[in-house]
Ligand binder design. Structure first.
Ligand SMILES: [Zn+2]
Length: 248
């Protein structure tokens, strides 16, 4: 049996209604593959972008304290071993060194990230107003770049290849995408924060993401040899974007 196509994921995930802090939870079926684990993935409450949510009374962004830090409370599952915890915490520290985002251990805060080893790597988009799960499965998702990728979703960022102006920078090979995953390539009405398209973003998919039999689905244009899909860590433009969105 082909392992790549045999892994089915059924994730029960909280999706925010986006209305004044009320959170509605409903099940969402996500069928995936090993690619799903490697690329990381996102649950997008359908009508939300960073820009739109800023206009609502209820914001999907994390709020800034009087001291200038944007504190994001988190709780780390005890199912991780010490070395996994270290990878996750070090990935968080990077944000603190380079931006005004600070991950703090949750005490009694109502809104926080619960980082748990569920099936696959996934996160909801932006702050949902309550406990929100960031899934980092053991043996697959506990890697610096993937941790940072999922945390960026929780901070309100989409995938780079879905941003509004992507067609000037990448060509999507629609015929090569596995049918069920086509939605992963839909363009979003994104707030690009005046930053250039970033092939080196940790939020960019790799060129064979969700491809049939490893076929290429995303081709950089005009130079198709430009590397995409790195998961080493935050790019310079990722950092600039955080600083702009959160006015660091
Ligand atoms: Zn993702």
């Amino acid at each position: 049996m082909d392992l790549r196509s045999s892994v089915s994921l059924l994730l029960l995930l909280g999706v925010c209604s986006g209305l004044h802090g009320q959170v509605r939870t409903h099940p969402l079926n996500v069928v995936g593959s090993i690619n799903f684990l490697i690329e990381g993935d996102i649950l997008i409450p359908k009508k939300r972008t960073a820009m739109k949510c800023l206009k609502n009374a209820y914001s999907c962004l994390w709020s800034k304290s009087a001291n200038g830090w944007v504190d994001i409370p988190y709780r780390l599952s005890s199912k991780y071993d010490n070395s996994e915890k270290r990878v996750i915490v070090n990935a968080m520290k990077d944000f603190e060194y380079k931006t005004c985002i600070r991950f703090i251990q949750r005490s009694t805060q109502r809104m926080y990230l619960s980082i748990e080893p569920r099936l696959g790597c996934s996160s909801t988009l932006g702050r949902t107003g309550d406990k929100q799960v960031v899934s980092l499965q053991r043996f697959g998702c506990v890697r610096r770049g993937i941790v940072q990728h999922e945390l960026l979703h929780a901070m309100g960022f989409y995938h780079e290849h879905t941003r509004s102006d992507r067609d000037r920078y990448v060509k999507i090979n629609w015929n090569n995408i596995k049918k069920y995953f086509v939605y992963n390539f839909d363009k979003k009405d994104t707030n690009n924060l005046g930053t250039p398209y970033d092939y080196s973003s940790v939020m960019h998919y790799g060129r064979t993401a969700f491809g049939k039999l490893g076929a290429e689905t995303i081709i950089p244009i005009p130079d198709s040899s430009v590397p995409i899909g790195q998961r080493h860590g935050l790019s310079d433009i990722d950092i600039r974007r955080i600083n702009r969105l959160y006015k660091c």
